[in-house]
Write a protein of this length. Structure first.
Length: 438
């Protein structure tokens, strides 16, 4: 996932509001050009189990695009830990790609820089129209009321994955549906070197995703209606404490998970060290780690009580990857053609099958591959019980500030320091002070 420094992001974001310089060798006039019509550079996000896996998935498709159009695409798969910093640096240095993947939660932040091509009606028409995409995916493409800053590419949602054998060995017959059930299940399993639930305590973005959902379940948000940070509300504090308490108090998460930031929790799950993990579209990764499909199950992520739905029964953020174009690209027409290719029905089916994600293109969702054990729950969650993270310009700083606060609280828990409501509120207050619009 991704990790950034709040101060650097804030400084870059403010500067970009005034100067969105050329990327991919684009024109200095700010409008893009077609000076290099036979080539494109593309930064892809690391969606598979490794960068090498992504290259194997993507390169044949880029070769197909070159054969169809005569445009050669230079691919670089960028790890999540580096991607946002790389993007921000590119927008100021002018040394960057023509086309890139962005985490959909960054859409509003990057939109505020003015560096990305706005997807107005004319640009959407070039790729087949805006109505090809599902509403939940379009809801995470930028600030409401403005032209989107990017186009949905892969859609994802969180679900609860569980190890069937570990459940059977513990006498557990069904996956937990509520948090109380999850804790009870986790306690039955957490012994003899095995643990109930995996977490990524040093993964800032994953921390944000989890506590955002829990805040929704507590009837809270991390921002006010006018976009100002509100990190210390009772609901937000309760959400963070509940998440960290899975390690600190409930003791169903191993203390070592406080240091995890590179998908180690998935590796532990695949090795039978951990019985459950809350994750986005993990089925393809499990396969690359040697797990068979019949060894794991998937269920909706927990809610406080009842069934998943909107409001306090929200059980996932709208996760996903968007595709953006730097508006000063020196192959602006080729970049648009490439987005059209990658979001075509055929490519959407192929790519989302490869990654175990859900196509944000309506027509592609009809493929039977997206009604399997690994995808049906995700598709239903996106349609009924997922909420978009706040589409505010300060969202990326929020991920860093609050994500770091949660990381520090996990470190406290791992080292035996008590995590109290007061200590959580203190950390969140400090995080709020780091925000530019505090």
């Amino acid at each position: 996932m991704r990790s950034i420094r709040a101060a650097a992001v804030g400084a870059v974001t403010m500067s970009l509001a005034l100067a969105a310089t050329a990327c991919g060798g684009g024109s200095s006039s700010g409008g893009g050009s077609n000076d290099s019509p036979k080539e494109l550079t593309y930064w892809a996000s690391n969606q598979g189990a490794s960068v090498e896996v992504d290259k194997k998935v993507l390169q044949p498709e880029l070769d197909k695009f070159e054969k169809e159009t005569g445009i050669k695409v230079k691919l670089e798969v960028v790890p999540w830990s580096d991607l946002l910093n790389r993007i921000l640096t590119a927008t100021t240095s002018g040394q960057g790609p023509d086309v890139l993947n962005i985490g959909n939660t960054w859409s509003a932040s990057l939109q505020a820089t003015g560096a990305l091509l706005p997807w107005d009606a004319k640009n959407f028409e070039k790729i087949g129209g805006k109505d090809r995409f599902v509403d939940s995916a379009l809801g995470s493409t930028g600030v409401e009321g403005q032209d989107p800053a990017a186009v949905p590419l892969y859609s994802m949602a969180y679900a609860l994955y569980y190890n069937k054998q570990m459940f059977a060995d513990a006498g557990i017959t069904k996956p937990p549906a509520t948090w109380d059930e999850l804790v009870a299940t986790g306690k039955k399993i957490s012994k003899d070197g095995k643990w109930g639930l995996g977490a990524e305590g040093s993964n800032l973005s994953n921390n944000i995703h989890q506590v955002f959902v829990l805040a929704k379940q507590h009837g809270a948000d991390f921002f006010t209606a006018d976009g100002k940070p509100d990190f210390t509300s009772d609901g937000a504090v309760a959400a963070v404490k509940q998440y960290v308490d899975l390690m600190a108090q409930d003791k169903v998460v191993a203390p070592g998970n406080a240091e995890y930031a590179q998908n180690q929790s998935l590796s532990d799950f695949a090795k039978g060290k951990t019985a459950m993990v809350l994750w986005q579209t993990a089925s393809a990764t499990f396969k690359t780690m040697g797990m068979k499909d019949n060894e794991w199950g998937v269920a909706p992520a927990p809610v406080p009580s009842g069934a998943p739905g909107a409001g306090k029964a929200t059980n996932s953020m709208v996760a996903g990857i968007n595709m953006a174009v730097f508006k000063n690209s020196d192959n602006i027409d080729g970049a648009t053609d490439f987005v059209k290719f990658m979001t075509s029905d055929a490519e959407q089916k192929l790519l989302n099958k490869a990654y175990g994600s859900i196509p944000p293109v309506k027509a592609a969702q009809s493929d039977p591959a997206f009604n399997t054990q690994g995808t049906a729950v995700l598709r239903e969650t996106l349609a009924t019980s997922a909420a978009a993270l706040p589409q505010v310009p300060d969202e990326s700083q929020f991920e860093t500030a609050v994500g770091t606060a949660v990381k520090e609280l996990f470190a406290d828990a791992a080292n035996g320091r008590e995590v109290t409501t007061e200590s959580v509120k203190e950390k969140l207050a400090k995080a709020q002070q780091q925000m530019p619009n505090k």
